[in-house]
Design a binder for this molecule. Structure first.
Ligand code: CA
Length: 220
């Protein structure tokens, strides 16, 4: 788990960096708003701890920038500005939490763990797995055994449709209208071509069954 600390006060920055590292996290720090934005946007972090009174760009501006570029990255505001209007503004901009300075380290770490756990669970709910085949809806990759495949838009939508209708026989007509979205042309073989491509790329049929003369099914 990677934590980014954006804090201009060296004493607090070092204290937090050490504290998170002692808890087994990877912690990096930025000491002004502009560096903070750059790090948050380009880096691969799991949580940001953000001070508000910062040189360069203030924390609320940093918050808005992070939201615009990394909407799923949880940001916990840690600030001496504890007035209601600022706190509400922080939440409005998408902060997941607000801790006022002076703060208790134990409470800050406990809250950070809660948000990291929540983000992790959310991430997992974005992966659908059936019969050894899994589909990650964030990265749009399918995995079967050791084989990981980047899917095209159609391949992704077709596989997602089958995986969210497990056990059902899904007809070619239904796949055509759900995935391709145009009126069914009985001569069209785009569905079969797409399924064949997915199977070939995965190196196996996996749980995708052909139901003769009808369509496809992923067995429960
Ligand atoms: Ca500050």
């Amino acid at each position: 788990m990677r934590i980014l600390i954006i804090e201009d006060e060296p004493r607090i920055r070092d204290f937090l960096t050490r504290a998170f590292r002692a808890e087994g996290f990877t912690a990096t720090a930025a000491s002004d708003g502009n560096t903070g934005v750059r790090e948050a946007i380009s880096g691969d972090h799991d949580l940001v701890v953000l001070d508000l009174l910062l040189p360069g760009r203030n924390g609320l501006e940093v918050m808005a920038e992070i939201r615009a570029h990394q909407p799923d990255l949880p940001v916990l505001i840690l600030s001496a500005r504890a007035d209601l209007a600022t706190r509400l503004r922080g939440f409005e901009l998408g902060a997941v939490d607000y801790v006022a300075k002076p703060f208790s380290l134990d409470e800050l770490l406990a809250r950070a763990r809660v948000h990291l756990r929540r983000a992790h669970e959310l991430d997992r709910s974005l992966v659908i797995s059936v019969g050894g085949l899994s589909l990650n809806q964030t990265t749009r990759q399918a995995q079967l055994g050791d084989q990981v495949v980047d899917l095209s838009d159609r391949e992704f939508k077709l596989l997602r449709y089958l995986l969210t209708h497990v056990g059902e026989v899904v007809s070619r007509e239904r796949l055509l209208s759900e995935v391709w979205g145009y009126d069914f042309d009985p001569r069209s073989n785009v569905v079969d071509v797409c399924v064949r491509r997915i199977r070939r790329r995965l190196g196996s049929n996996g749980p995708i069954e052909t139901v003769r003369n009808v369509g496809y099914r992923i067995a429960a």
